[in-house]
Ligand binder design. Structure first.
Ligand code: PMP
Length: 411
């Protein structure tokens, strides 16, 4: 009884920040889908499929002896891994000083540390709308005030920011941006807008959290220079990176690239979270990179994802014609779909259950906004399924939408 009273909705005994703690619909979909017994085409989680994870190579490398594998490791990260991350960046034409790197438990911990260092209660945090669910929830967990800014085919509409910001009466503290093949829309921020954003950050004395898990997965077009290239060693730019999308998400290994003074604070923050990133997994990733395997693996991923994106576009065009509108990503994992015509009034959160019954899963649009927008949109991950399964999944989605349209379901 006593315990219950501590957890009343008023939460009087809990920290005030718990009132802004939100779960992640995306993360929860993992257990929801695992509990389903019928066949489901998985367009929901942003994860590579098992057949695209180099399991045999990783298993082989894991059998190699490694001293201190099961010991506590340095908070900064395994030195061999840091060396390999520097080399990985160098091969992509990016010079990174190892004294700026901090290995993290996935990209999520990088986001958590970044927001923890920057956001006081009530601070204004600009986010793309739509944006990555967990980015919003992390900003909210530190009691930030989220300002949702619109995006178009060139990413965040940076030109719109001054007016949106002025209306809040505050000066932004953080601009959270996913510059390449954005989650969920698949869009990429143009070079001009990146430059303009750097100027605005300067003007507002704000940080840019540059969250880029997908940048190495460009399968069409040409790379847009990153913030670090446009403004080297800018202390306002904190880069959050991860091996989740290019190697395997279950490893939980990522890294931050940030100003050395900030890095010292980030290390202190991490020490009060988990002491160090999982040592065996850091060693495994270091060994995989040292064996020179990642670049060839990335080539494979790019060509497989190009084929899968095209398969999804073809299937969508065949099934829906112009009753949907979809983005055209040049890399990454996601297509963002907006319902049109006969489907325009269908609520994608309600559609989810129907679609699940038909054997297809996706993430409904409102998961990507704090204000509940995008009830007419949804995110599809094309990276997880083969072209055959993609066709099947799109057919099932079509059947679910037809059922809703027939029953006159609306928002
Ligand atoms: N940022 C974005 C934009 C992501 O899409 C993801 C993964 N879905 C992350 C961060 C978190 O990465 P990780 O799984 O390595 O924690």
């Amino acid at each position: 009884m006593a315990t219950e009273s501590l957890l009343t909705p008023a939460r009087t005994r809990l920290a005030s920040r718990t009132s802004q703690l939100k779960g992640s619909i995306i993360d929860s979909s993992t257990s929801l889908l695992a509990s389903q017994t019928h066949d489901i085409v998985r367009f929901a989680m942003g994860a590579p499929n098992a057949e695209l994870i180099p399991e045999a190579e990783l298993a082989g490398l894991y059998t190699q002896p490694a001293s201190g594998r099961y010991d506590y490791a340095a908070t900064e990260g395994n030195p061999q891994l840091i060396e390999q991350i520097v080399a990985y960046h160098a091969r992509r034409g990016q010079l990174v000083d190892p004294g700026r790197l901090l290995v993290t438990t996935g990209g999520m911990q990088g986001l958590d540390i970044a927001f923890k260092l920057m956001v006081d209660p009530g601070d204004l945090v600009i986010v793309e709308s739509p944006t990555y669910t967990n980015g919003i929830s992390t900003a909210l967990s530190y009691q930030g005030q989220v300002l949702e800014a619109p995006v178009d085919d060139e990413g965040l509409i940076v030109e719109a920011l001054p007016e949106l910001v002025a209306a809040t009466g505050k000066t932004p503290k953080v601009i959270y941006v996913i510059p390449n093949f954005q989650n969920p829309s698949g869009r990429t921020l143009s070079e001009d807008r990146r430059r303009r954003l750097l100027e605005l950050a300067e003007q507002w004395d704000a940080f840019i959290i540059d969250d880029d898990p997908y940048g190495a997965l460009r399968f069409e077009g040409t790379d847009v220079p990153g913030f670090a290239q446009l403004s080297p060693n800018n202390p306002r730019v904190v880069a959050v990176r991860t091996f989740s999308k290019v190697l395997a998400p279950g490893l939980r290994v990522g890294w931050m690239d940030l100003d050395p003074a900030l890095r010292a604070l980030a290390i202190s923050a991490k020490q009060s979270m988990d002491t160090c990133t999982n040592a065996p997994m850091q060693q495994l990733v270091a060994d995989y990179l040292a064996a020179g395997r990642l670049d060839a693996h990335l080539d494979t991923l790019r060509s497989v994802y190009r084929e899968r994106k095209q398969a999804m576009q073809t299937a969508l065009a065949g099934a829906f014609g112009d009753e949907i509108e979809a983005t055209d990503p040049q890399g990454g994992f996601f297509l963002w779909l907006t319902l049109r015509g006969r489907y325009a009034e269908i609520n994608t959160e309600r559609l989810f259950e129907v679609a699940l019954r038909h054997g297809v899963a996706y993430i409904p649009g409102p998961a990507f906004s704090d204000s509940g927008a995008f009830t007419d949109a949804l995110r599809l991950c094309f990276a997880t399924s083969t072209p055959e399964r993609i066709n099947q999944g799109v057919e099932r989605l079509h059947a679910a939408l037809e059922e809703m349209a027939r029953d006159g379901e609306t928002r």
